[in-house]
Ligand binder design. Structure first.
Ligand code: 2E6
Ligand code: F3S
Length: 316
């Protein structure tokens, strides 16, 4: 029986960013250097496949530092941690390695610099997300106010409207953030901020490539985890850019094939924490059901690389 034709538009860039690549390497190198088990505070990146793979190699994932025995090394996840966490690890004289993405650390430094200049901060981010908790936790309680939407701006109770700065989470929707920054600037004309926002290159590029395919596809599948902020934003971007059926799937077994009956084209992308092996698994699942032609839609080239910390590059 011949299979129906399907064009599969494969977005690029997609998948691992430089910060994720570095964070995973840090865990692998730490296990090699210090032996198992090495503890990791929070999922190193938000992907079950990655976390399960590292667990198999000897990583133990916990949510809080007090779950880590004092005589084992601990790694802090790519999303960043409040200042109190490394401070407590140092107090306990633990061996720790910070796998915070350098682009998240850059935002931490920005916040600190504004605080030293006497400015109160507004953070645009998602409540409860570890990056938001980590970034807000760089400054004392009350020094960083959180807004999630443009509507939240009206409710901000600031100390001095003339002495304010804003920072953002790195994985926000670029378009939604423009609206929130506009609302901030309209209410607080003196607010200081980055050139645009702190959304990272990987988030920006993955959203751009989804926009490039959204108009020509019957369905969009984003490979990523339900707790992955950047992956969830890709689904939203796909929907806003005109693709009515856009779904997040962790891997091929999550795909609702019934919902895809009769499609002629599909778009595939992957969040910054989703490994390429899962993209290939999804493509193979399409090939098994349709006569699939894969077309790569590449909207940017990425050459960013981050070094792992020196302690892991040194001999044991
Ligand atoms: C660290 C910072 C930003 O949920 P989120 O998108 O933040 O995280 P992951 O782990 O899905 O993606 C990578 C990442 C790490 N992004
Ligand atoms: Fe860093 Fe952006 Fe990736 S903040 S971990 S480069 S999604």
């Amino acid at each position: 029986m011949s299979l129906p034709p399907l064009t599969l538009y494969l977005a690029a860039p997609r998948g691992f960013c430089a910060g994720v690549d570095r964070a995973i390497k840090i865990v692998e190198m730490a296990i090699r250097k210090w032996g198992a088990p090495v503890y990791v505070r929070h999922e190193i990146v938000h992907n079950k496949y990655v976390v399960d793979g590292l667990r198999d190699q000897g990583a133990i994932f916990v949510e809080e530092l007090d779950e880590v025995p004092g005589d084992r090394p601990v790694i802090f996840s790519a999303h960043g941690v409040p200042k109190a966490v490394p401070a407590e690890a140092a107090r306990r004289e633990m061996v720790f390695v910070d796998a915070t993405c350098p682009l998240v650390s850059k935002v931490h430094i920005e916040a600190e610099r504004h605080h030293e200049d006497g400015l109160q901060m507004v953070m645009i981010g998602h409540a409860g997300h570890p990056e938001t908790i980590g970034t807000m936790g760089q400054l004392p309680e009350g020094e960083v106010l959180l807004v999630e939407t443009a509507d939240d701006v009206a409710g901000l109770d600031v100390r001095d409207p003339e002495r304010l700065a804003y920072i953002t989470q790195t994985t926000l929707s670029v378009d939604d953030t423009i609206g929130i920054v506009e609302a901030l600037r309209a209410r607080f004309p003196a607010i200081v901020g980055p050139h645009k926002e702190d959304i990272c290159y990987a988030t920006t590029n993955r959203q751009m490539s989804v926009k490039a395919i959204a108009g020509k596809i019957d369905a969009l599948l984003v490979i990523g985890a339900p707790n992955s902020s950047n992956s969830k934003r890709l689904v939203e971007v796909g929907r806003s850019a005109g693709c009515a059926y856009a779904q997040l799937v962790q891997r091929a077994t999550d795909i609702d094939w019934r919902a895809l009956e009769g499609i002629r084209s599909v778009g595939i992308t992957a969040g910054a924490s989703a490994p390429e092996v899962l993209v290939n698994e999804v493509i193979d699942a399409f090939r098994a059901r349709w006569d699939t032609t894969v077309e790569l839609v590449e909207t940017a080239k990425e050459r960013v690389e981050f070094k792992v910390p020196r302690v892991l590059r040194e001999a044991p």
